[in-house]
Design a protein around this ligand. Sequence first.
Ligand SMILES: [Mg+2]
Length: 261
Amino acid sequence: MSPEEPQAATRWDAQESLPLLPEFERTALLLDMDGTLLDLAPRPDAVVVPPGLIDAVRTLRNRLDGALAIVTGRPIETVDALFGDAPHAVAGEHGGAVRHHPTELVERPALPTPPDAWLEAAKRLVASHPGALLERKARGFALHYRAVPVAGPLFRDALANLVAGRDDFQLLPAHMLWEIRPRGADKGSAVSALMARAPFAGRLPLFIGDDVTDEDGMAVARAMGGGGLQVDAAFGTPAGVRAWLRQAAAIGAWPELMPPA
Ligand SMILES: [Mg+2]
């Protein structure tokens, strides 16, 4: 048996488990940003929006009567800086901030802020690991170790110690980062909040994401009769997601899913 064969079988399994997509006209499209719409970059501030992507997102939004949102762990301001008003709604900070329309104010569910001492501890960790990055969020923070992978386990242990015994905060893994954020909001609660309002209400959510935290969003989307697509299994790469979305924008229908061969 060649080494390729088991891998092919795994991919076939992934293909078998791809969900039926909601009818295009009835879909509310909910898109993660980093690792889904955009390629991951060495630093979070180094992501690039490829040419044509904003137009494709805007065209899709119009074809879906506005029902398109970006649902990300990043602050809403970051999405604004990268995508402008192309998405109708944005949920940032893993559900910690929701804006239902580009001209509306940001809504924030009541959540705790991490103690200052935790931030000081995070700053010390970053200072002692050149290349590591501290990303502040309104109610939490993330430690990025992409440039110093060896620091990953140490950061995890240090942050786990901070949140140990607290039921109001949690430590979450993502691509080359650890994040502390309050419990009580996640991408699932963001999907619920978005789907409660026009133009999303009454539609079937389709959530596309690449990360552990996206699974909360997919679970809520599926529970509402919609679907969730994992980038690796359904598209292979963010470039695959973008090609699929561009085609959907062009034809006004969901293209056939062609999982990576
Ligand atoms: Mg992501």
